[in-house]
Write a protein that binds this ligand. Structure first.
Ligand code: EPU
Length: 336
């Protein structure tokens, strides 16, 4: 286990921001964590998964732990379900492909999401009508405080919209080591999302399968979202804002075409991308920082933007949405 010094984090973040780590270590085995963590002060540590949901605005003056724990194992099965465990460092989409290749259903709507398996529960990743919590069984995490490994079941994780116990409850206390998923042997496909139905129609698919739904999701994502390998980005920069009924009613009087989706307890989720587009930001570019041309919820780095430039653009975007719609936008991306 090698601790490297003064490492560039550019290859480790999908925004392609230049930032440096004073110390950097790749963790391939949970047993390595205890000895590594004893040596550092904790405050300046950063745990990095796929680096697809982080914006660096400064260097890391301490230690970056890159989670590289690998391995996919079927832990048990019954008549209807497969329980499969994946190491935190597995690439998310490779894991999805692994399951689809075996005809295990449940992950297909979550195809092509950048990032790692270990980061997925932290923000309860979601797309096209499915969230991680729908296929989650349990996870193992290292507790930095008690220096032990604990198992968390579904009810321990407090999953919400792009939220979990690991994001808002005990942020930074636990390091996720592996995640076990419960997948279906018989496909129960979720094609309720309009865009999936339309895409399946375009693909001329009459009887959808795990594979065709995955392909439809891949096609939609590729048509709308910039590929981080080509243009730096971290997917949605903001969460979709949730407002109460009264606020929604008053907004929809002024903007009858505004997209809106029912949320928990009578609240309503608005489409941040729509709000941002209405404020005229779609396709905006200042230097190398920009708002994506096909999806205004995604901020992009066209080349050499700094984290600060992207951050400031995000602040300007949020301020203009606040001014026009009196709706606050909360960042989805983590800022370091
Ligand atoms: N819209 C616009 N203009 C835009 C972008 C969107 O008018 O520039 C409208 C669309 O026409 C649609 C609505 O806003 O009526 C919603 O757009 P879309 O279906 O593209 O999804 P989203 O709400 O912008 C969310 C997730 C995505 C996920 C998609 C599909 C969040 C923050 N984002 O985006 O997740 O892929 O739904 O389920 O919830 C991510 O988290 O990084 C991410 C990409």
């Amino acid at each position: 286990m090698l601790i490297e010094e003064n490492i560039s984090l550019l290859p480790y973040n999908s925004f392609h921001i230049e930032a440096r780590a004073k110390h950097f270590v790749s963790i391939a085995d949970a047993d390595q964590l205890g000895s590594i963590l004893e040596k550092d002060d904790g405050k300046s540590q950063l745990v990095l998964g796929g680096g697809s949901n982080i914006l660096f605005t400064r260097d890391v003056k301490g230690l970056v732990l890159k989670m590289d724990i690998r391995g996919i194992t079927m832990v048990k099965e019954n008549d209807s379900h497969i329980f499969v465990r994946a190491g935190a460092g597995e690439n998310w989409h490779s894991f999805v492909r692994y399951a689809i290749g075996r005809n295990w259903a449940g992950l297909e709507n979550l195809s092509l999401i950048p990032g790692s398996v270990g980061a997925a529960p932290i923000q309860n990743i979601g797309a096209y009508g499915v969230e991680l919590k729908d296929v989650f069984y349990e996870l193992e995490a290292y507790d930095r405080k008690n220096k032990k490994v604990y198992t968390f079941g579904l009810n321990d994780c407090a999953f919400g919209y792009r939220d979990s116990f690991f994001k808002s409850g005990e942020k930074n206390r636990y390091i996720i080591l592996n995640v076990t998923f419960i997948l279906n042997k018989t496909a129960v496909l979720n094609t309720s999302y309009g865009a999936i139905r339309e895409e399946l129609g375009q693909m001329d698919v009459r009887t959808p399968s795990i594979r065709s739904v995955s392909q439809a999701v891949i096609n939609i994502r590729q048509s709308k979202l910039p590929d981080p390998a080509e243009i730096g980005n971290a997917g949605s920069f903001f969460k979709n804002p949730v407002v109460d009924q009264a606020r929604f009613q008053s907004l929809s009087k002024d903007y009858p075409d505004m997209p809106a989706y029912p949320h928990e307890e009578g609240s309503v989720k608005l489409a941040a991308g729509w709000l941002i587009e209405q404020c005229g930001w779609k396709g905006y570019r200042k230097g190398d920082a920009g708002v994506h041309q096909r999806q205004a919820l995604v901020l992009v780095n066209y080349g050499h933007a700094t984290g600060k430039e992207i951050f400031d653009l995000g602040e300007e975007v949020a301020a203009s949405v606040k001014k026009r719609f009196a709706v606050g936008l909360e960042r989805e991306v983590n800022v370091w």
